[in-house]
Design a protein around this ligand. Structure first.
Ligand SMILES: [Ca+2]
Ligand SMILES: [Ca+2]
Length: 320
């Protein structure tokens, strides 16, 4: 005949709710529990029907309706290997939802620690139907292990302590640096010392001649080396008088992931004395009879590159 006032219509999801009737004539009545057509959360719902015969004697039938979410399984995505985004050392990744486990009755949380800055990301939702997915996050270079946790009250007893009600799985996002470094070279001069020797360095070094002009990488630069022959690369190179003039030196830049770039530096090796000016200002001299030598040293003027004159007697103090 229909539901009586003891039945529960609050979860009825259809267009035309059943009409509540009074148990007043022979027939079958639903006297307790959610009516057919209800959408129910997981749980146990006692249902009762009462049959009234034509003699007016009721007969009661009771049973439980148990709603479960099935046998939900949490299944993580497969491991993912991606390149860092252009000019940065991170990668924004989307599409990381679990393959299985998203349902109206489940709660999904995630946690992970970023591999470079050790930042902890985690969610702790407790609202049924909430699914936290780490989409749109900048994942750092290296391997990030993401752990998903799924809570679901399968037997509807109000806790998550029963078998399969608290599941975890994890998967990895591996961000790689595939972008080459940007090698930048300086064109510089090297003044040999008064022993005819000089050293040039690959990387910037205080009070030294170096060739790196501010090379860049999206992640990190691991190594700077230089070479005269394009074969043997070292952090520094020595030069001597035999290499005076223009040299082309190759600078090799290696980033933290082993990507390599090169640039060429045009490099002048300058003799120690090239930067000094020598002037001989000799007065008119008359040799004595039988004299065959004359000391001109007191008439020589040596100017250092900074314009300071050096007397002959102090020549030995020049140089480093
Ligand atoms: Ca439970
Ligand atoms: Ca790189």
């Amino acid at each position: 005949m229909g539901p009586t006032s003891g039945a529960n219509l609050t979860n009825y999801a259809g267009a035309n709710p059943p009409v509540v009737v009074n148990l007043s004539s022979p027939g079958v009545y639903q006297t307790a529990g959610p009516v057919p057509g209800s959408v129910l959360q997981p749980g146990v719902y006692p249902v009762a029907y009462t049959a009234v015969s034509c003699n007016g004697l009721p007969s009661l039938c009771e049973f439980n309706v148990t709603v479960t979410a099935g046998n939900p399984i949490l299944e993580c995505p497969d491991d993912l290997i991606v390149s860092a985004d252009i000019d940065v050392c991170t990668r924004v990744v989307n599409g990381l939802a679990p393959y299985q486990g998203l349902g109206c009755a489940s709660i999904i949380n995630y946690s992970f620690t970023s591999p470079v800055t050790n930042t902890v990301f985690e969610t702790n939702s407790t609202t049924i139907g909430t699914h936290n997915i780490p989409d749109g996050i900048e994942f750092e270079l290296g391997t990030t292990t993401i752990t998903y946790n799924m809570l679901i009250d399968i037997n509807g007893d109000g806790d998550y302590g029963d078998p399969n009600e608290n599941q975890t799985c994890d998967f990895n996002i591996i961000v790689e640096d595939d972008q080459l470094p940007d090698a930048k070279c300086l064109d510089v001069d090297l003044h040999l010392n008064n022993f005819g020797e000089g050293t040039v360095f690959a990387a910037e070094m205080a009070n030294q001649i170096y060739l790196d002009g501010g090379s860049l990488d999206n992640c990190s630069i691991a190594e700077l080396t230089i070479s005269k022959d394009n074969t043997t690369f070292t952090p520094s190179l020595n030069f001597d008088c035999s290499e005076k003039g223009q040299n082309v030196i190759l600078l090799k830049v290696i980033d933290g992931s082993g990507n390599i770039s090169y640039c060429k530096a045009v490099f002048n090796v300058i003799d120690f004395l090239d930067v000094f000016k020598l002037d001989l200002d000799v007065p008119e001299v008359c040799f004595e009879p039988f004299q065959d030598t004359f000391d001109f040293s007191k008439y020589i003027v040596i100017a250092k590159p900074d314009g300071v004159n050096i007397s002959h007697a102090n020549v030995g103090t020049l140089g480093p």
